[in-house]
Design a protein around this ligand. Structure first.
Ligand code: CMC
Length: 436
């Protein structure tokens, strides 16, 4: 962290002693200021308490900006809708890693470098074959990505910028190969090698759907949709998995191990698993006439049912990614001749009714990115067990960019939160035979 000059201060009074403390206020480019509490414990003898980090900025970052009240998401200052419409995933990767959109020559070189890292070590076959056939693909991802550190010793020195960049390229490039192989293994089909003449998104679809007997020719609409989904999920500021990657990396752990930790965190249903839950919910609702009944349940405090794909910890407005996702959903269903897909019609009607309902309006519950993505994935023939894997493929660049930023931050320290201890105070030790 650069040594920023405080813009003002925040005065806090300890009501026990009447002592006041002036806490420096730091301003970012945009967004809320932060109260700098780095010396708080030394000055006051107190810790701050913030389970879930809902009010805590854990780092300084130049990568992604979110204003959840307005519904803004920007990568390096560029609106997500502009990037989804006019750029492609490779440009977005370059932008997240280097801070600028590439020119033509820079893009060509970057695409070339990523493409030529897509193959994985040949022994990975055997490694993946060691898993049970019915393993969840996310279990394979956690294991195999962590194991990359055992295969690529020449990019593990995190103090060496060249090693860091090679490791970053390797992870971005190899993730689709590993993801597609995890899928192929689960359905008992041979692994399909990457093809250097295809784009990143086309290559992923090729490795998922081609077989040695038949090539897969991805339609431009589906490849574009996949590319856009990757762009929309590429980064999202200090979310749970990204914070996990940063914390793991703060101890000096190697980048492959850190990304494996991020994948493990993403696996949880409160983070990466919600689009699967949206599909389950739409199937449970079944028909449009049942919507009021389910909305009533979602509003009932005594009923655990929630409208999946609605609401967000940060967005208290329409998730800007959901808007792009809805448009992409229509394009994909048109391309596949599934324009009348009942789940889409049901989803749109549910969205329309919920957005007019005072409960959802007052609580600022809007559709999030997951509301439409499950419908797109299902239409493309992607099994539900692969939904979170796709999220991991897309988010890898965000994790890698955030990890690099952390390693390069001179004020970086090992992440070590404190606690409010509520267990027993000191107790006298009782020998085993004397215990009741
Ligand atoms: N349906 C019905 N009521 C809801 C919903 C919902 N989907 N979401 C929030 N609420 C209510 C909640 O009951 C609470 O009401 P009250 O104030 O009366 O107790 C209020 O809105 C605030 O909810 P919260 O749980 O305190 O808010 P949160 O910020 O902790 O939770 C959330 C955010 C995403 C976990 C939650 O909105 C939710 O469970 N949504 C459904 C699951 C979902 O779609 N998750 C995907 C998130 S986007 C993926 C990503 O970016 O990783």
């Amino acid at each position: 962290m650069s040594e920023m000059k405080p813009s003002s201060s925040f005065t806090l009074t300890d009501n026990r002693s009447g002592q006041t403390y002036d806490l420096p206020l730091l301003d970012g480019t945009v967004g809320p200021s932060v109260v700098d509490i780095r010396k708080f414990y030394a000055d006051t003898g107190c810790f701050t308490y913030d389970p879930g980090f809902t009010s805590t900025a854990s780092c300084e970052s130049k990568i992604t900006y979110i204003d959840g009240d307005v519904g803004i998401l920007r990568y390096r200052g560029y609106e997500i809708a502009d990037l989804a419409e006019h750029s492609d995933f490779m440009e977005v990767c370059y932008l997240l890693l280097y801070g600028e959109l590439p020119n033509v020559a820079q893009k060509d070189k970057f695409v070339h470098d990523i493409t030529y890292h897509t193959m994985v070590h040949e022994q990975m076959h055997k490694f993946i074959e060691g898993f049970r056939r019915d393993s969840h693909p996310m279990a394979v991802m956690v294991g195999v990505v962590g194991a990359l550190s055992a295969f690529y010793h020449d990019s593990l020195d995190i103090s060496n910028p060249h090693h860091r960049m090679v490791a970053s390229f390797r992870m971005i490039a190899k993730m689709p190969t590993i993801a597609a192989w995890a899928y192929k293994y689960s359905i008992g089909q041979p692994f399909i090698y990457p093809r250097n003449d295809l784009s990143f998104a086309e290559d992923f679809l090729h490795m998922m759907y081609a077989t040695p007997c038949e090539p897969y020719v991805p339609s431009p609409v589906l490849a574009r949709a996949m590319d856009r989904i990757l762009t929309l999920h590429a980064d999202h500021e200090q979310n749970a998995s990204t914070s996990t990657v940063r914390i793991a990396g703060s101890s000096g752990a190697n980048p492959f191990a850190c990304i494996a930790a991020g994948i493990a965190c993403l696996w949880g249903p409160a983070h990466g698993g919600a689009n699967e839950a949206v599909l389950d919910m739409l199937e449970q609702i079944g028909t449009k006439d049942k919507i009021p009944e389910f909305l009533k349940r979602a509003k009932d405090k005594d009923d655990p049912f929630r409208l999946m794909g609605f609401g967000h910890r940060v967005y208290k407005n329409y998730d800007p990614r959901a808007k792009v996702m809805q448009k992409t959903c229509h394009e994909v269903l048109d391309e596949l001749g599934k324009r009348d897909e009942p789940l889409l019609e049901l989803a749109m009607e549910l969205e329309r009714i919920a957005l007019e309902d005072p409960y959802f309006v007052q609580k600022k519950l809007y559709p999030n990115v997951d509301f439409y993505s499950g419908i797109i994935f299902r239409a493309m023939g992607i099994p539900t067990s692969m939904f979170t894997v796709l999220f991991a493929v897309a988010r890898t660049v965000g994790w890698v960019a955030q990890w690099n930023e952390m390693v390069e931050d001179p004020s970086q320290k090992i992440g070590r939160p404190r606690q409010l201890y509520v267990g027993d105070d000191a107790r006298k030790y009782v020998p085993l035979k004397a215990r009741a």
